[in-house]
Ligand binder design. Structure first.
Ligand code: KIV
Length: 272
């Protein structure tokens, strides 16, 4: 862990603002369970996102839409039990906050009370501003998420780069300013042109954490299972793989199966 990382014994929403002001980049990864959350917290990541990508990664759904509030609370509480340093952000699942700000507040309160997470994340700008304001009014920190917002995949039709056209880019910048004004402590910007991401990061005082948004933002987020190569089918341009665990685990399993079949495992030292 670097000296700068050690400075933040426990990362808070305020530490993230300070990091932006000090031009220290923010690192964020997803986790959905106790064991991996403990490893990445020990590794010094600043923010752990209990992402609704658990719907894809943990449950094998095609989209993030099916995951429920109860399931997000289950994942988040497992992560909370593991983490000592990182700030924990919990995704509010599809259907738990859109279109009804009272429901949004009660969903956010359930997440905070039942999981022990430190903040929530929601997808969208002006369309959900009433929900964001109501959640914030209860003292719950909110992270925004703009650009490619996977909960709206059926509206977009594809997972390609967003805001390439001027009109959408303009709306994105307006939404980022709106979220800052409403009181969000940070926002995720997913799959937008790097030039636009830089402009947005320079136009607001809250940290902008990018995924597929270039390096001139205030931090980066990746889905842990992608970054450690747990699958080999998902290969977007923005993904850097730091491990190839799909291959490592497959070959470990092959070796185990072969050792069991040949009675090489367990040997005399491995029995009572
Ligand atoms: O759910 C998730 O994993 C996310 C990240 C891709 C930012 O929202």
């Amino acid at each position: 862990m670097s000296k700068l990382q050690a400075k933040y014994k426990r990362v808070t929403t305020h530490s993230l603002l300070e990091m932006k002001r000090n031009r220290e980049k923010i690192s964020m990864l997803t986790a959905y369970d106790y064991t991996l959350a403990k490893i990445i917290d020990d590794g010094g990541v600043d923010v752990i996102l209990v992402g609704d990508s658990a719907s894809n990664v943990m449950a094998g759904h095609e989209t993030t839409l099916p995951i429920t509030l109860d399931q997000m609370i289950y994942h988040a509480s497992s992560v909370v039990r593991a983490v000592n340093r990182a700030l924990i952000v919990v995704d509010m699942p599809f259907g738990s906050y859109q279109g009804n700000s009272k429901k949004a507040l009660s969903s956010a309160i359930r997440i905070m009370k039942e999981s022990g997470g430190h903040s929530v994340k929601v997808e969208g700008g002006s369309e959900i501003i009433e929900s964001i304001s109501r959640i914030l009014s209860a003292g719950i920190p909110v992270m925004g998420h703009l650009g490619l917002t996977p909960q709206s995949i059926y509206k977009f039709g594809t997972y390609t780069v967003r805001a390439k056209e001027n009109e959408e880019a303009k709306k994105l910048l307006e939404d980022a300013k709106l979220l800052e004004k409403a009181g969000c402590f940070a926002l995720v910007l997913e799959k937008v042109p790097a030039k636009l991401a830089k402009k947005i990061a320079n136009s607001i005082t809250i940290p902008v954490i990018g995924i597929g948004a270039g390096h001139e933002v205030d931090g980066q987020v990746l889905v842990l299972h992608d970054m450690i190569g747990m699958n080999h089918e998902f290969n977007p341009r923005f993904l850097r793989r730091y491990l190839n665990l799909y291959n490592d685990i497959t070959s470990a399993v092959k070796n185990y199966v072969s050792d069991v079949k040949s009675t090489d495992f367990p040997n005399e030292k491995e029995q009572y």
